[in-house]
Design a protein. Structure first.
Length: 264
């Protein structure tokens, strides 16, 4: 009983230290984000952080559409215009600059939904995002939660130690042959699962979760300037092209749905 109390107090001490670390980290996160008003955040980086890369591709298409470098037909197919070949008209930003090159390489109509398979474009876009991430304040992009990992490992270790103490408290278990040892090990695993699972659930539900404060900050920023500048008629064209599926893909989806037997 004395050893159990020592172990229980030790676990309580660990969680007390983790609670202090949680508070310090949250304070540092809030302090970092408080200084973002003085940081020049790239509009494409803000769109990708607040939403995802899908919306960043839409913003790039909107900028090219606004500059007259591409056109998007009513069916969602995008194509370059004659003005795209003029060096003076080339976008200065690496993300929209990479898009006309993809369209020129294609000899067939190309909806922006196929950018998902364009590895060259994706590498250039992702390299830009990684470079922008490195320019942000150190704590503003922190979303990892190693403190939670320590809390889970502590719970697992404590419950395993408790289960072993309860099942193998008496030494005669080890001198009674293989059968009792195997049965004891099985009972130990069952007891460990019965105690660890609810405690892990409580820790997972009750621990302070680390918020992505930088993403929350970017969601409060205005819409990308190119998307704001498009006319009402043009505003849905990038999204239509980015979400368009080919006839072959739609046929495959229909075939899979039929073969699956529907919702039942």
């Amino acid at each position: 009983m004395g050893m159990f109390l020592v172990a229980l107090v030790s676990v309580g001490g660990v969680f007390l230290v983790l609670g202090v670390l949680w508070w310090i980290r949250d304070f540092a996160d809030r302090a970092a984000v408080a200084g973002l008003d003085a940081v020049d955040i790239d509009p494409y980086h803000a769109v990708a952080t607040a939403r995802d890369r899908y919306h960043m591709d839409k913003a790039a298409a909107a900028e090219l559409l606004l500059a007259g470098l591409i056109r998007i037909r009513g069916d969602g197919v995008a194509e370059v215009t004659g003005r795209a070949g003029e060096s003076a008209a080339a976008p200065g930003h690496p993300v929209p600059a990479a898009l006309p090159a993809v369209l020129r390489r294609r000899s067939e109509p190309f909806p922006l939904s196929r950018l998902h398979w364009e590895s060259g474009y994706q590498r250039q876009r992702d390299a830009f995002l990684r470079a922008e991430d490195r320019t942000m304040p150190r704590w503003s992009r922190g979303t990892g939660d190693s403190i939670a990992g320590v809390a889970f490992v502590t719970v697992l270790g404590f419950t395993l130690w408790t289960a072993v103490q309860v099942v193998f408290l008496r030494q005669e278990h080890w001198r009674s042959g293989v059968g009792p040892v195997v049965a004891g090990a099985w009972c130990c695993l069952v007891l460990w699962a019965l105690t660890a699972v609810p405690l892990l659930w409580l820790v997972g539900r009750g621990r302070p979760r680390r918020r992505d404060r930088f993403a929350a900050y970017c969601r409060r920023l205005p819409q990308h300037p190119a998307e704001q500048a498009l006319s009402t008629r043009e505003r849905d064209l990038p999204g239509r092209s980015r979400s368009r599926r080919s006839a072959h893909e739609r046929a495959e989806d229909k075939e899979i749905w039929v073969d699956s037997g529907g919702p039942f």
